[in-house]
Design a protein around this ligand. Structure first.
Ligand code: SF4
Ligand code: SF4
Length: 411
């Protein structure tokens, strides 16, 4: 809600964030080092679509110099949230947190204006992604569409066009090359002092990449960990945070903290970079919640990306051999948000037979960015085409990455 002066008074507002982070935020020295790292600036060449420009706009809104008008909404909307700017910023500006707060304001402003797309997005995020049974049913139908051949048929016909056509292509790209080995993971006998690990199932991972989840558990099991279930776990809330639905994100975070606490695990293992980044930030998300502040901090300290965890543990190389030329494309939420650059490559190097080839721009966003590719098809496509050019030049027969959205976008 904005006052007559344009100041914003809500709890999740840019004003409160600015106050909490004033030292860091005000250290944006406008150096512009982040500009070449920003995919939207590289594509559009507009200062307002650069990190520096967006920070400037946010501060202008907070200071009441500009309102939450179309221009502000568009420039914030066009941000991928890839956080490449954070990795190169010498002043440590917490751009990701700023963006989430700005998006909360943008989401409110759009809802106030009766935006239909905002209503649909909120409906999905708040009524489907927060209801595990409904979400599972939706994912089962989506799998049926994918695996029955209907999606392929629809894509090959000229009846489906635009966003729906692109959504079907993304869905088909989620088919897994991992051979089905049954629903249950083999449970090896472990010593009493084996590390107890619980995996996040994830919404998209559980719905469309279940084989990868089962493979993750088998690898953990084989590496001497005792895999335990966090039974009542929920969506990690990443999509909600990115869409400015901060209260829903907090509510999901509390559910997950309770569920993983009940499992009595030593580590929370995540194989989707976007989810891992969100869960590592529960401590910040719930820092104002007196009941959950401490448990959120403890929870976040236990979260590990699967590659990070296996390299920390000292991975036992697989017995088999895989003769492939592999290029690694880093998910933004692994390399920029979690600052994990080497572990995935080291892990691939541990697989006998793999030849790792370099991929130019491997640290740059593929344009997927959650549902950005459906919301901003043209710009996302332009960013993707830069990525595909690099992939072709790398000469790999396999692209490895660590996030379902990237797999679908590149695939
Ligand atoms: S965000 Fe960081 S890198 Fe970008 S202009 Fe500000 S200080 Fe420089
Ligand atoms: S998050 Fe990515 S797209 Fe957004 S300003 Fe930073 S570098 Fe640019």
């Amino acid at each position: 809600m904005a006052t007559a002066t344009g100041k914003i008074e809500t709890k999740d507002s840019l004003v409160s964030l600015l106050e909490e982070n004033s030292e860091k935020l005000l250290t944006c020295v406008h150096c512009g080092l982040c500009l070449p790292a920003c995919p939207t600036y590289r594509e559009l060449g507009n200062e307002n679509d650069s990190p520096r420009g967006r920070i400037y706009l946010m501060r202008a809104v907070v200071e009441g110099k500009v309102g939450l008008g179309e221009s502000f909404i568009n420039h914030i909307d066009l941000c991928l949230g890839c956080r490449a700017c954070e990795s190169v910023c010498p002043s440590g500006v917490p751009y990701g947190h700023l963006l989430e707060s700005a998006r909360a304001e943008v989401s409110r402003a759009k809802a106030d204006r009766g935006s239909v797309s905002e209503r649909i997005l909120r409906l999905f995020l708040n009524q489907v992604f927060t209801r595990p049974r409904l979400l599972r049913a939706g994912m089962a139908l989506t799998r049926l569409l994918r695996d029955s051949g209907l999606a392929r048929l629809a894509l090959e016909s000229s009846l489906v066009t635009g966003r729906l056509r692109f959504a079907l292509a993304l869905l088909l790209a989620s088919r897994t090359p991992i051979r089905r080995r049954g629903e249950r993971r083999p449970v090896e006998a472990h010593s009493d002092d084996a590390l107890r690990v619980a995996c996040l199932r994830g919404c998209v991972m559980d719905g469309l990449f279940k084989e990868a989840n089962l493979a993750t558990e088998r690898v953990l099991d084989r590496n001497g960990c005792k895999v335990v279930e966090a039974i009542d776990q929920a969506c990690c809330g990443a999509l909600h945070s990115h869409a400015g639905q901060i209260e829903q994100a907090r509510s999901l975070a509390r559910k997950n903290i309770d569920a993983f606490q009940k499992s009595d695990c030593d580590r929370v293992i995540v194989n989707a970079a976007g989810c891992g980044a969100a869960m590592k930030e529960y401590a910040a998300l719930l820092s104002d919640d007196p009941e959950y502040r401490e448990s959120a901090r403890e929870f976040s300290s236990k979260v590990r990306d699967i590659s990070e965890f296996l390299m920390e543990l000292g991975v036992e190389p697989p017995a088999g051999r895989l003769s492939r030329r592999v290029a690694y494309d880093a998910p933004c939420h692994l390399i920029h948000a979690q600052r994990i650059a080497h572990a995935p490559i080291d892990l691939l190097r541990a697989v006998p037979g793999l030849e790792i080839v370099p991929l130019a721009g491997y640290e740059s966003c593929c344009g997927g960015a959650g549902i950005y590719n459906l919301q901003h098809q043209e710009l996302s496509g332009a960013i993707l085409s830069e990525k595909l050019d690099s992939i072709r030049a790398a000469g790999a027969d396999t692209i490895a990455t660590g996030n379902p959205g990237c797999i679908m976008q590149i695939g």
